[in-house]
Design a protein around this ligand. Structure first.
Ligand code: ATP
Ligand code: MG
Length: 542
């Protein structure tokens, strides 16, 4: 049976590292005076020259002041900041590895990441210093190894701008061959932990440069063709989606990124309006708010050309609703994983099929495989396997799990269920682990959530399987956040159940409804079904 290949021409094999590739692109195009990053809250701008100067000095500072060696790890524990790229690129210049952490992590969660990566230095946001100290203490890292963003000493932690910018400039670590670029680790991002404990993913220079090439080949239209393209940076830079696609790719394209620390609807709209933003990567909950919140009408968002959603399933009708609401801004979807650095497929150009996650990125191969390991064809549903230059080197400290998910042919087994149509459009159905088994039939929560969101009384929702003793099977249960003014009673429940029942085959019907104030979600908009499952388990045990 077929191996699906990308419809796009292959991208070049990276010959060198991230710094050389990015910086050469800017210098060759004589764009060194261009603004790369803007603090959307204060208007502070950093040009490429600033970035290069600070980055090279940071690299020298790490080596001279901290004795940082090739392969050493630096952790960043902060929300997005205009100068987030400085410790990132500076560490790469020094030949090191960056492990970006979620700024909302608790001390235990951060300690887990520090321990796994053996980080030698932490750069933290001022708000995070206390927790950084506590986590450092847990793993036995000296407090003097914690530095802060900004210009002031915070609770005894020195600002990196005062302490780590050396007086000389370092030469970026050299890459002797494409093999070396392919093998040398640049990042240790952690997967979102949606299906279990978060895993450290070894991303090489070759992986990241390849994905920049792959992504920019597909997003050429949105990012590059337009000289006035302005990109909004709200996706968290600690997660691979924001890291590759928002922090790195626009620099390679020499287009400015307007950085916000987090998503907040009013701020998002104001930034788009004030800076005439043309493009942003988003996650489905952002589109949910853009489609439904009255706030949107107060702003002029007409500068937007397109929004690209990823990290979690985007319902086709929700995309259409948001598109209509925003005056025909193109709403597109992409799919990927931390393990694929991340872009694996993207809706681009004129090849947009509603509900799909687009076409396979250049230089990638895919298989759809059933439970018995049989390779399936067009229109058939099975696990998606992917191969390409952007597939991670492996999981950190977990050789067995790496061997389990990357096979001897180099295909990475994604754990997601997909269908590929006759033109190569990839539809992600759901995760294998999230599928509900109702009496042997498979029910995808994402499908039911898409339907529920269409109901006029539903503001947000999540679906999981819960065990029903009487029927001796898992059944679909919906957690629902109602719109203001809607009564949460038996009548509403029946109306909602009927609404779904009219649209799906019998075994997919919602059999239980629970009302909630909000749905637990990760920083990248993933529904945390494990949190809901844990609640159910605790209730059962109580
Ligand atoms: P963990 O592996 O730790 O359990 P995670 O898989 O959620 O967490 P990430 O690497 O951040 O961590 O996310 C990758 C997953 O996100 C994919 O396997 C897929 O399930 C989901 N995903 C990403 N983009 C899409 C999309 N466009 N449609 C549907 N699902 C998506
Ligand atoms: Mg995963």
């Amino acid at each position: 049976m077929p191996v699906f290949t990308s419809r796009y021409p292959s991208v070049p094999v990276p010959k060198t590292g991230i710094i050389q590739t990015l910086f050469e692109a800017v210098e060759q195009n004589k764009n060194v005076d261009r603004v790369c990053y803007v603090d959307a809250l204060t208007g502070k701008e950093l040009t490429f020259k600033h970035i290069k100067d600070m980055t090279y000095r940071f690299g020298a500072g790490l080596q001279d002041i901290c004795g940082f060696q090739r392969g050493d790890v630096l952790a960043i524990y902060a929300p997005n900041a205009v100068d987030y790229a400085v410790p990132v690129f500076g560490t790469l210049v020094a030949g090191g590895i960056i492990s970006p952490a979620n700024p909302l992590y608790t001390k235990e969660e951060l300690a887990h990441q520090l321990r796994e990566t053996k980080a030698k230095i932490i750069i933290a946001h001022p708000m995070n210093v206390e927790t950084a100290f506590e986590a450092a203490d847990i793993v036995g890292l000296d407090k003097t190894k914690v530095f802060v963003f900004g210009d002031n000493v915070v609770k005894g932690a020195e600002p990196y701008t005062k302490k780590l910018l050396g007086n000389r400039v370092a030469e970026p670590a050299d890459f002797q061959s494409p093999e070396q670029a392919r093998e040398t680790i640049a990042f240790l991002c952690f997967s979102s932990g949606t299906t279990g404990k978060s895993k450290g993913v070894m991303t090489t220079h070759g992986n990241l440069v390849s994905n920049i090439f792959q992504y920019s080949a597909m997003e050429h239209e949105a990012l590059y063709k337009k000289e006035t393209a302005r990109i909004l940076g709200i996706l968290p830079f600690f997660h691979i989606f924001g890291l590759t696609v928002v922090l790195h790719a626009p620099l390679y394209m020499q287009r400015p990124v307007y950085v916000l620390p987090r998503f907040e609807l009013e701020q998002f709209c104001a930034t788009v309006q004030n800076y005439r933003i043309t493009f942003s990567c988003v996650v489905p909950p952002v589109l949910l708010q853009l489609a439904k919140s009255p706030t949107v009408d107060k702003y002029d968002l007409s500068s937007l050309d397109a929004l690209l959603s990823g990290a979690a399933p985007l319902d086709a009708d929700l995309a259409a609703e948001a598109q209509k609401r925003l005056g025909n801004v193109k709403i597109k979807q992409a799919y990927g994983l931390t393990e694929t650095t991340p872009a694996a497929c993207v809706q681009a150009g004129d090849h947009i099929v509603p509900g799909s996650s687009g076409l396979l990125c250049p230089s990638m191969y895919a298989k759809v495989v059933n439970e018995d390991g049989k390779e399936l064809g067009v229109g058939e549903r099975g696990e998606l396997w992917l191969k390409g230059p952007n597939i991670m080197k492996g999981y950190l400290n977990r050789p067995q799990e790496t061997a389990y998910c990357i096979d001897t042919e180099g295909f990475f087994h994604t754990g997601d269920v997909a269908i590929i149509d006759e033109n190569g459009h990839i539809f992600i159905v759901d995760r294998i682990k999230e599928l509900i088994k109702y009496k042997g039939f498979q029910v995808a929560p994402a499908e039911l959530e898409g339907i529920l969101l269409k109901h006029k009384d539903v503001l947000d929702c999540a679906v999981i399987g819960v065990y029903d003793r009487e029927q001796v099977t898992e059944i679909p249960r919906a957690y629902i956040v109602t719109k203001p003014g809607v009564e949460q009673n038996e009548k509403t429940t029946e109306i909602i159940k009927k609404f779904v029942a009219e649209k799906v085959i019998t075994y997919k019907r919602i059999q239980s409804v629970v009302y909630r104030e909000q749905i637990p979600k990760s920083a990248t908009g993933k529904i945390l079904r494990n949190v809901l499952r844990k609640e159910v388990k605790e209730e059962e045990e109580a």
